[in-house]
Write a protein that binds this ligand. Structure first.
Ligand code: TPP
Ligand code: MG
Length: 891
């Protein structure tokens, strides 16, 4: 017990003293359990009597695990220390050497130096690479610590010296190591991209939850697998870390989740909480949300001091110091610590009176003491019923001589010759001065005890880590045929429906498919009703790990709110970020669990790419697969909701993600073709891509799929309705519901102005542009060969006249084709802020209604000398297209 004599704590209050002594007696005689019961009873009593009971979320600023409860370290401490030194050297040297050779190439040495013990204890004793046939533990590494992860893999013989020497030189003959954890760049190595701070912790929580989902649905065997997330203390400032998902982890009782916060007290610029204590702040936040919190603050050297702290003044001093002071204690020296820390009170000064300054300075922090770290991990492993966070106090830049714990240490990339040789000597790396000064990599011989110990430990734990399964496609996976979506291809037989409704029935059918049905993961952030998905809730149920504990009030209705332990839907509540994290867990399950889960994350398109764009970027890096379904799409199709809801730009942003295929279908059969082809390409062929497909809520009759348009739908364009009779002199491009406006414009032009137009459905400007760019590149690189023709131009071969392209998105979307269509292209779109009004008014305002399309065509024909300019001008008045109103782009 760390408790101090009561007299030290409450010297002036006799009554309180008596109570404390009585309490101490209870604990002595009946144990801590009885202490808890007593306190609980007293608290209840106090509350019933109207006494204000203070809430204390902090425990004393000492280790959570008392020395008396520690178990001995199971490994060879000396050997592990030696290995850790080798890794420290190689990690530091990797960054130093590269920056000497290539100034400005970057990298970090101070993050890993603080994290080494926390990772090494895991590597040697906890991180399992597999559980039989099942994959092992998942580790989310602090991105800036990757040199340490590489250094270990180098010592293990998994990375060659050449690879290490090409750290951050990825474009060399022997590709080197990527800066940070990027599965896109090192697909056999990294699983989880973490370096955009905050995303790793968020994704790890939903990973742990998704693991339970797979278990509860019987898709994977339950294992003791853990998700470990290593997090910077500065990183916890990101809202993704301490946001609502902390409560989710506790609510879902995720005892397969362990957070390790590397509390080195510093971030990039300086202290994380110089004037406070980050560990206390995090302890309160995590305890408040129901996590099991384990503080690892002090190394073993302090145990004896605390035991001798009969006055309680050492604990008092520990509690009153702020992090800025703790940082200084490690940036300075033992004499400073003696004076400023111990010297404050005679009682504390006396504790170390016969110690040397060196001994004082070497009092270690808990997160750097394997004994303390091991015990914390073990307790986290044994904890049942909820997630654990380990708050480990460490030292940023540990061992980097004069850079240790300095404010500037994060940016330290190079070391002086003296610092290098000193580091070499301190960590006993057997290389001469010159090699040390060059930052030479050092690996002891294969048969050395160090390498053998490392290999033996990893063998014991099932193999190396990190490791990612990069096999393409999933063996035996067969995509459902287009037949599966027959209903969607046949049209709505005159009934007015929306593409959203069409998609929902497609999803319903897909989930009934005997082969892939169970793999579908519908993900919804509290919008199921918006999208008419009630029938799906009834059909497959909402995932609820504890089952449905209440009788829903609507149980008598056909489409009641059904929750079930094996429910298939992930109804995330109002969190697009959390939903995207679920999407990430599901969309990478094909590799992480070798189960080709097919997520459909359906959401308000306005709150997607612009809100959680960074998560989507990381999803792409992780080679995520699946479907983002952009519901309530279109700045004029989502009526009434106004400026913050009406999306006219998400497909501009989606075009920036290299593996994202964006589609803007007008009709349900187009959506069906995209989904079928997408499942085939992603899961059967193993292509690294995912889909963003717009969904709209406007009801209209869905035509039957015209014969032979599949290729065009997939590539991005096909002729939907040719001009009747004469050859067209103008081409109208439409996408989404605006295709209907183009069709109306075709009619207006023909009937009122005798101008014939062809109408094209453009399902993807993005895909057309990408294909055309690839052709251009090939042509540029092969000037002596017959040029290739972009698909776009091949379909437009032999069609005449200007092209009026209109969509419910910004003009820049069709403008993507300008390099190939040149001045033929006239774009109409929804640049500007939305408004609350109905579709008719919105489309008139943004100048994308049928009349605006028709007048744009006439205007352009007039400029080309193909139509009487006066008649074209008059058409604006005749068709009610204002030429006086302001530009919607600036309105
Ligand atoms: C979203 C995001 N913002 C900013 C950065 C830049 N950045 C890289 S490391 C760092 C400081 C990290 O501090 P901390 O989380 O405490 O980790 P430590 O290196 O101290 O272990 C910052 C701001 C980033 N990587 N991601
Ligand atoms: Mg930090």
């Amino acid at each position: 017990m760390n408790a101090k004599p009561a007299a030290a704590l409450e010297p002036d209050h006799e009554e309180i003293l008596e109570w404390i002594e009585a309490f101490d007696e209870v604990i002595d005689q009946e144990g801590p359990g009885q202490g808890t019961r007593l306190l609980e009873a007293l608290t209840r009593r106090a509350q019933q009597s109207g006494v204000d009971v203070p809430v204390h979320l902090n425990t004393p600023y000492v280790n959570t695990i008392p020395v008396s409860e520690e178990v001995p370290y199971p490994g060879d401490r000396a050997m592990e220390r030696r290995i850790k030194s080798l890794i420290r050297w190689n990690a530091m040297a990797m960054v130093h050497r590269q920056n000497k050779k290539d100034p400005g190439i970057g990298g970090h040495i101070s993050t890993y130096s603080s994290l080494a013990t926390l990772l090494e204890v895991g590597y040697n004793h906890f991180f399992y690479a597999n559980y039989g046939d099942e994959p092992g533990d998942f580790v989310y590494f602090q991105g800036h610590a990757s040199p340490g992860v590489y250094a270990r893999a180098f010592l293990e013989g998994r990375l060659t010296q050449e690879q290490v020497e090409n750290y951050r030189h990825e474009l060399r003959d022997t590709p080197g190591l990527s800066s940070y954890p990027h599965p896109w760049l090192m697909p056999n190595f990294w699983r989880f991209p973490t370096v955009s701070m905050g995303l790793g912790p968020l994704n790890s929580i939903y990973q742990a939850r998704f693991m339970r989902y797979l278990e509860n649905r019987g898709l994977i065997k339950p294992t003791p697998r853990k998700v470990w997330a290593f997090i910077g203390d500065g990183e916890t400032d990101e809202p993704e870390v301490l946001g609502s998902q902390l409560t989710l982890a506790a609510r879902e009782k995720l005892d397969n989740l362990i957070f390790v916060v590397n509390c080195n007290l510093q971030r990039l610029d300086g202290p994380v909480r110089g004037n406070g204590k980050i560990i206390n702040e995090l302890e309160a936040a995590f305890r408040g949300t129901g996590w099991n919190v384990i503080k690892v603050i002090w190394g073993s050297g302090w145990d004896e001091l605390l035991a001798r702290d009969h006055s309680g003044m050492l604990l008092k001093r520990m509690e009153e110091c702020v992090d800025g002071e703790y940082q200084a204690f490690k940036a300075k020296d033992g004499a400073y610590v003696r004076k400023e820390f111990f010297g404050k009170y005679p009682e504390t000064a006396a504790l170390v009176a016969d110690w040397t300054d060196d001994e004082i300075f070497h009092l270690q922090r808990g997160g750097l003491d394997p004994q303390k770290v091991y015990n914390a991990y073990k307790r986290a492993m044994d904890h049942k019923g909820g997630p654990t966070v380990i708050l480990a106090k460490t030292i940023k830049g540990y061992g980097l001589g004069s850079a240790q714990a300095r404010n500037a240490t994060h940016q330290e990339k190079k070391m002086t010759d003296e610092a290098l040789t000193a580091f070499r000597s301190r960590f006993e790396i057997p290389i001469p001065d010159k090699a040390a000064q060059e930052g030479a990599p050092y690996r002891p011989p294969e048969d050395s005890p160090e390498i053998q110990y490392m290999l033996e430990r990893r063998k014991e734990l099932g193999g190396f880590m990190p490791k990612r399964d990069a096999r393409k496609g999933v063996r035996g996976f067969e995509a459902p045929s287009l037949e599966t979506f027959k209903e969607s291809l046949e049209g709505s037989k005159g009934r007015a429906v929306s593409t959203t409704m069409g998609f929902v029935s497609m999803l319903r059918n897909l989930m009934k498919d005997p082969k892939v049905g169970k793999l579908v993961v519908p993900i919804i952030p509290d919008e199921a009703r918006t999208f008419g998905m009630e029938s799906i809730i009834r059909q497959v149920g909402i995932y609820a790990s504890q089952g449905q504990l209440y009788k829903p009030h609507d149980v008598d209705m056909l489409l009641y709110y059904r929750e079930a332990k094996d429910g298939q839907i992930l109804e995330e509540g109002i969190t697009e970020a959390g939903s995207m994290a679920s999407m990430t867990a599901a969309g990478t399950a094909y590799s992480n669990y070798r189960i080709p889960m097919i997520p459909f994350f359906t959401y308000y398109s306005m709150f997607g790419f612009q809100r959680v764009g960074d998560l989507i970027w990381a999803f792409a890096d992780a080679r995520g697969k699946g479907f983002l379904m952009g519901g309530t799409g279109g700045r004029t199709t989502l009526a009434g909701e106004g400026l913050q809801h009406q999306d006219g730009h998400s497909i501009v942003v989606s075009s920036t993600v290299p593996t994202c295929a964006t589609y803007d279908p007008a009709y349900v059969y187009e959506t069906a073709v995209n989904i079928q082809d997408g499942i085939r390409r992603m899961y059967q062929e193993g292509e690294d891509r995912f889909y963003y497909i717009m969904l709209y809520n406007e009801d209209y009759a869905m035509p039957e799929m015209p014969a032979g348009c599949e290729e065009g739908i997939i590539k991005g364009i096909y002729k939907f309705k040719a001009a009747e009779g004469k050859k067209a002199t103008v081409q109208l491009f439409g996408s989404g519901p605006i295709l209907n406006e183009a069709l109306k414009a075709q009619q207006i032009l023909s009937e009122k102005y005798a101008v014939q137009a062809d109408v094209w459905s453009v399902t993807s400007y993005n895909e057309l542009r990408r294909e055309a760019l690839a052709c251009d590149r090939w042509n540029r690189l092969h000037p002596a060969e017959k040029p290739k023709q972009p698909y776009l131009l091949s379909v437009l071969d032999k069609v005449d006249g200007p092209i009026i392209a209109a969509s419910d998105y910004m003009k820049v979307v069709p403008d993507q084709l300008a390099p190939w269509l040149g001045t033929r292209l006239v774009t109409l779109g929804t640049d500007g802020f939305g408004r609350s009004d109905n579709r008719e008014h919105l489309r008139r305002h943004f100048e994308i209604n049928a009349e605006s399309i028709a007048t744009a065509a006439l205007s352009r024909l007039a400029r080309d000398g193909k139509f009487d300019p006066k008649k074209a001008q008059k058409a604006f008045a005749d068709l009610g297209v204002s030429i006086e109103k302001g530009d919607p782009a600036r309105a």
